[in-house]
Design a protein around this ligand. Structure first.
Ligand SMILES: O=C(O)CCC(=O)C(=O)O
Length: 270
């Protein structure tokens, strides 16, 4: 798949782009089942999972593709890699795969931040929208009540923004935006919820401000996230400034990605 110029223009102006109905219901069934399995302590790479601060559920499962052939295939589908290569260039690798789980009633939120404030501290030097991109696949409904991601459209134009080293909010080391900066940014651009249903996709830039509230509903909310980076923008080991609870935050394989066939999820599980 290739993005039409009008969609590229929206992405560049707003720092994000929603694309509805990218996956079929059958594909979603497979991906969702695999992602739930990854969130359980029985997964192959159980050291990829990070718990909620309250300890009652898994918050994020990293390295999802290591335990799911369907997810590994999804990350290489032309529907995703086509647009990613249009925006970043031909040589890209997977920087990170993760499931952001927000379990019913217990899944906590995320303070406002830009992802690149975190990744620059993981040794990545360049985080513009031409260098990196996150592709989020909605595995469930995403609503304000169940903790849909909120973003500030256009905020990527401020670059990585202000940040502080936060060891408290979420239970692991992260870099979040100071309150006064968030207030200033919100007064400039009102937040927008990333609402949608299973199979929808959202692309967003590393310098886009975003965050979310806890899940107050009786339904789980799950996103499957793929982060792509240009192959000439690898992390610089000597510039890593935070420690992780799991080895799979900076994805361990760095080979250039090539597209599979469009039915690769079905063939991965056949
Ligand atoms: O999953 C969410 O609600 C927010 C995700 C987020 O902020 C992130 O993964 O950087």
């Amino acid at each position: 798949m290739k993005l039409a110029q009008a969609r590229i223009d929206i992405y560049r102006a707003d720092g994000y782009l929603r694309i509805p109905a990218v996956f079929t219901p059958e594909e979603m069934k497979v991906l969702r089942a695999d992602c739930y399995a990854v969130l359980s302590p029985d997964r192959g790479h159980a050291d990829g999972n990070v718990p909620e601060l309250n300890g009652v559920a898994t918050r994020v499962g990293f390295g999802v593709d290591l335990d799911s052939r369907a997810v590994a295939a999804a990350a290489r589908l032309p529907r995703i890699l086509g647009p990613v290569k249009q925006l970043l260039g031909e040589r890209v690798y997977l920087f990170q795969t993760r499931v952001n789980a927000k379990m019913r009633r217990v899944g906590e939120g995320y303070p406002w931040h830009t992802d690149f404030a975190n990744w620059v501290n993981d040794g990545i030097r360049r985080g513009s929208m031409e260098d990196m991109i996150t592709v989020g696949v909605l595995l469930t409904e995403s609503t304000p009540e169940n903790g849909a991601m909120r973003i500030l459209p256009g905020s990527h134009r401020h670059g990585v923004g202000e940040w502080f080293f936060d060891t408290k909010s979420v239970g692991y080391q992260s870099y979040n935006a100071p309150e006064a900066y968030v207030e200033r940014m919100i007064s400039e651009t009102p937040p927008v919820f990333v609402e949608g249903g299973p199979g929808d996709m959202v692309l967003f830039a590393p310098e886009l401000m975003h965050g979310s509230e806890k899940n107050r509903s009786d339904e789980d909310r799950l996103y499957l996230m793929f982060v792509y980076n240009r192959s000439d923008n690898l992390p610089v080991e000597s510039e890593i400034r935070r420690e992780h609870m799991t080895p799979y935050v900076n994805y361990p394989y760095r080979g250039d990605l090539t597209e599979l066939a469009d039915d690769a999820i079905a063939t991965a599980v056949a």
